[in-house]
Design a protein around this ligand. Structure first.
Ligand code: ATP
Length: 235
């Protein structure tokens, strides 16, 4: 397994928001994390990245215990985290946003190879290299956020609500691109409100309710699940 999350609990102050969550992501898998607002999806991704501490439980990545590792260490090991809204540096150009991450990781890999991958996935970024990121459209900004994450050549992408605020056409485009990343050996754990689109590109998924995983299965099983149909598919 690439990522193994075992029985983790996370609290803000004394209010617990994740209760004994266990999940895994295999090599080359796309896994969706579904749940209503406030279920704890973002917290789970932050916990995996090490942005919020675990109260109990453990996380292993590539068979190594990373439960207490700093986010920076995890990034070096191959985990990239894209927060909700992408959060690119608005005053830097597209090129500077991409190169900044590359410069932080420079010893590890080939910048040109990574840039070529980013430009082939998102040709629009190549056309806008000198444009300030803050002036990009929502969709372009999200592509830049994904592109920036790819500059560190991650093995696992953690993506929070990639489709947030995007027009339906762009949502399909971004999801299509994510599905291509598999071919490059990149695994993805994503949270998403847009359930049909997310499950269409996912191998498996988990449903998080009030901080607990209540349903898990492959995408077909989830699409056929009565609770998923009622809560997320409006059926
Ligand atoms: P959404 O889709 O609305 O972002 P979510 O499933 O990602 O929801 P989280 O953002 O993880 O859920 O929030 C889970 C719970 O933790 C919520 O009750 C939220 O109010 C609470 N919470 C999140 N961040 C903090 C924080 N920094 N301090 C205190 N409570 C927080």
């Amino acid at each position: 397994m690439l990522l193994n999350v075992q029985d983790i609990e996370i609290a803000y102050d004394r209010i617990k928001v994740l209760w004994g969550v266990t999940l895994c992501v295999g090599e080359g898998e796309i896994v969706s994390l579904l749940g209503a607002n406030g279920a704890g999806k973002s917290t789970l991704l932050k916990g995996i990245m090490g942005i919020v501490p675990l109260q109990r439980g453990s996380i292993s990545f590539l068979e190594k215990d990373v439960s207490k590792k700093h986010p920076w260490k995890k990034a070096k090991m191959g985990i990239a985290y894209i927060p909700e809204g992408g959060r690119v540096f608005p005053d830097l150009t597209v090129e500077e946003n991409l190169m900044l991450i590359a410069s932080l990781h420079k010893e590890a890999f080939d910048v040109k190879e990574n840039l070529d991958l980013v430009y082939s996935l998102f040709p629009v970024l190549k056309e806008r290299l000198q444009q300030k990121a803050g002036t990009l459209s929502g969709g372009e900004r999200q592509m830049l956020a994904i592109g920036r994450a790819l500059m560190s050549k991650p093995k696992l992408l953690l993506i929070d609500e990639v489709s947030m605020g995007l027009m339906p056409k762009l949502v399909s485009e971004v999801f299509n691109t994510l599905s291509l990343l598999k071919e490059y050996g990149i695994s993805i754990l994503l949270t998403e409100q847009n359930v049909p689109e997310a499950l269409a590109i996912s191998d498996r998924g988990y449903v998080l309710e009030n901080g607990r995983i209540t349903i898990s299965g492959n995408s077909e099983e989830l699409l056929g699940n009565e609770m998923v149909k009622m809560s997320f598919l409006g059926l």
